[in-house]
Ligand binder design. Structure first.
Ligand SMILES: Nc1ncnc2c1ncn2[C@@H]1O[C@H](COP(=O)(O)OP(=O)(O)OP(=O)(O)O)[C@@H](O)[C@H]1O
Ligand SMILES: [Mg+2]
Length: 366
């Protein structure tokens, strides 16, 4: 049985719709990340699941039981907020123990659970402080600790790492992954951070424009984006998108012509593409590489060179003005202003139709 089920959830604030028919089914112990731009309804959806916000239409079920009319405390979910709310007059220890004391857990067990959570989150030295005496990152960890001590069926985490510095963020990310393997619960985490979503989640839910745009394992979202929004939003630097024409022919795969005349043989089945209408090609930076003239698919003028150490990103323009992002080795000799050869790996190219739907390379036979 699915652990969590969202069926046709609709929500508006006044006349402004925020969620428009959101449905999702999650397994027990699954880790799902909600990824999307600011204002796409991620927190609202999480708050609806937690019971901090009402829904206008639809239902929320946990282990088959309808919970959307239950008060938050009776739902079996624990939420860590984007803007954590700790009780200012209580010590860190009391903040973390609060829910357990309300649930009448024996005192010795409360102490043991708080001590363990504090150790995991490295806040054991701060247990007697008040929240005001702690940094933002430390307070965030107390908020996570409060949820850890009372293992729920479902953890709801709203940008739980956003107030942490880079190093601590990385460590806490690893700790979350470990926590996940120790507790018998499902997780939903809201994040802006793709790397966080990609590394932690079993499945990523990409949200935009009041709706779920795509649900899938991280690499599927990356390698088979359902539409142009997902293609642009996931991956950094962003996928190059450029208008192309379908080259007539009867081969199995679509051959396309870029605006500068260069042709690319894709692995997208011709028969899948919509008849007529405009097409755009999508190229990840790693499938466009700087190449010597003999091996180049096309030429481009370099506008910006970004040296990342292990590789170099080259932002360039084709002769028709279309922007293209390419990769080169760490010790790249490419200079701004020069015209270079680019080799396009057509087997990794994506195509998008007029309705922005994505078409991808056919799965290769084993
Ligand atoms: N209480 C409220 N009253 C009116 N509008 C609201 C309320 N809460 C949220 N909204 C609106 O609903 C939309 C979705 O907000 P939500 O907080 O769910 O976005 P989000 O995806 O979590 O964004 P962020 O990444 O910035 O946290 C936004 O346009 C927001 O302005
Ligand atoms: Mg939010």
């Amino acid at each position: 049985m699915a652990n969590l089920e969202l069926n046709g959830i609709r929500k508006a604030y006044g006349a402004t719709p925020v969620l428009d028919g959101v449905s999702l089914s999650m397994d027990a112990r699954e880790f799902v990340a909600f990824l999307g731009p600011s204002g796409s309804g991620k927190s609202t959806l999480l708050r609806i699941i937690a019971g901090l916000e009402t829904l206008d239409e639809g239902e929320v079920r946990l282990e088959g039981r309808r919970i959307d009319r239950l008060p938050p405390g009776d739902r079996g979910v624990a939420m860590v907020f984007q803007h954590y709310a700790l009780y200012p007059h209580m010590s860190v220890r009391e903040n973390m123990a609060f829910g357990l004391r309300n649930a009448r857990v024996p005192k010795a067990e409360i102490e043991a659970r708080v001590a363990e959570a504090a150790r995991v989150l490295e806040i054991h030295e701060h247990l007697d402080k008040k929240p005001a005496q702690m940094s933002g990152g430390q307070r965030q960890r107390v908020a996570i600790g409060r949820a850890i001590v009372k293992p729920p069926k479902l953890f709801l985490l709203d940008e739980p790492l956003s107030n942490l510095d880079a190093a601590l963020r990385m460590r806490t990310r690893i700790e979350l992954a470990q926590l996940r393997s120790r507790v018998d619960a499902a997780f939903i985490m809201v994040t802006h951070d793709q790397a966080e979503a990609m590394t932690l989640a079993d499945r990523v839910v990409v949200m935009n424009d009041r709706r779920i745009q795509q649900v899938g394992p991280p690499m599927e979202i990356y390698s088979r984006p359902a539409n142009m929004f997902v293609a642009r939003f996931v991956g950094s630097p962003a996928m190059t998108l450029a208008p192309v024409e379908l080259v007539p022919g009867d081969g199995r795969y679509a051959r396309v012509r870029l605006g500068d005349g260069a042709e690319v043989e894709t692995r997208v089945a011709r028969s899948e593409l919509p008849a007529g209408g405009t097409l755009q090609v999508g190229l990840r930076p790693e499938s466009v590489t700087v190449a010597a003239n003999g091996a180049a698919t096309t030429q481009a003028k370099v506008e910006l060179v970004e040296r990342l150490g292990e590789r170099t990103l080259v932002y360039a323009r084709l002769s028709d003005g279309a922007a293209i992002t390419a990769e080169d080795e760490g010790y790249s000799r490419v200079q701004v202003g020069e015209t270079i050869g680019l080799r396009i790996r057509g087997a990794a190219a994506h195509l998008f139709g007029a309705d922005e739907r994505g078409y991808h390379a056919e799965a290769q036979p084993e």
